[in-house]
Design a protein around this ligand. Structure first.
Ligand code: SF4
Ligand code: SF4
Length: 260
């Protein structure tokens, strides 16, 4: 469920549908994957006490990320006593190959542990978590994953300290503090997908994922009617609308240089 579709679950009777199928024994547990902020999650879990689990995007890099709101969503689920399954614990693979500052901190804390293991164990150590979904694409990754999840031990105090240091190192990397609220986009005369462009640029700045960022940039600016970063006419509408006071025009010039 997300901001743009949750009304359809009422409109098309989907909540009733799953309740009925559960009563028939065809569904064992009712839950949903969630992609929005804590206010909507609170609203949904209050309206639907039949929900038995919720799937959230949680990893140590996104814990305080205003775009993902991992901590806030986790706290809402805990407040409602709803068990959690975690998706994206390794942030789409980014935490298996993190920025050098993070790699150095984690390897100094334990040179034998894989970088992915820190991310998965962080997620699995949170209270109330029943499952951590881990994407694996090689046999080595399966072996690595099993080595610490088969006889799971939560992060200890020293390991949590290392993760906190890694989180601080990530926060110190210069990035665009866009929360993807979209307040800037409706009035843009050039229909520039500002938050999506900024998300692609942040992928470059924070995660060194240049190729993937370029693909994401091309995808959003090639959508029908969308403007490119370089099509900005500097009218200033977006900067007035932005609650984060982001110098959008300057950053779009930076994005144009990086991607075009
Ligand atoms: S300054 Fe550029 S990005 Fe901002 S609203 Fe105007 S044209 Fe759009
Ligand atoms: S208004 Fe500001 S924070 Fe919101 S999407 Fe636009 S640039 Fe990002």
């Amino acid at each position: 469920l997300q901001a743009g579709n949750y009304q359809k679950y009422d409109e098309y009777g989907l909540w009733d549908f799953v309740r009925k199928r559960k009563a028939e024994g065809l569904i064992r547990h009712i839950g949903f994957s969630f992609h929005a902020g804590p206010e909507l999650l609170d609203e949904l879990l209050s309206a639907h006490p039949e929900v038995e689990f919720v799937q959230l995007q949680i990893n140590y890099a996104d814990w305080e990320n205003p775009d993902v709101t991992a901590r806030a969503n986790y706290e809402v689920a805990r407040k409602h006593g709803v068990p959690i399954t975690i998706m994206e614990p390794v942030k789409g693979g980014a935490l298996a190959n993190p920025i050098p500052q993070v790699r150095d901190i984690l390897q100094a804390a334990n040179p034998d542990a894989s970088l992915a293991s820190w991310a998965i164990r962080y997620a699995a150590s949170l209270e109330g978590v029943i499952t951590v979904l881990s994407g694996m694409s090689t046999l080595e990754q399966v072996d690595d994953n099993l080595s610490y999840m088969r006889d799971f031990k939560p992060l200890d105090k020293n390991e949590r300290t290392a993760i906190e240091a890694a989180q601080r190192a990530i926060a110190e990397v210069e990035s665009i503090p866009c929360t993807a609220c979209h307040y800037c986009t409706g009035g843009c005369p050039m229909s520039i997908p500002i938050p999506e462009i900024f998300a692609a640029r942040n992928r470059q700045l924070v995660w060194n994922q240049g190729e993937r960022a370029q693909r994401e940039y091309e995808k959003v600016v090639e959508a029908e009617g969308a403007g490119r970063a370089s099509s900005c006419i500097e009218c200033g509408q977006c900067e007035v609308a932005c609650p984060q006071q982001i110098p959008v025009i300057t950053w779009l010039k930076d994005c144009a240089e990086a991607f075009e």
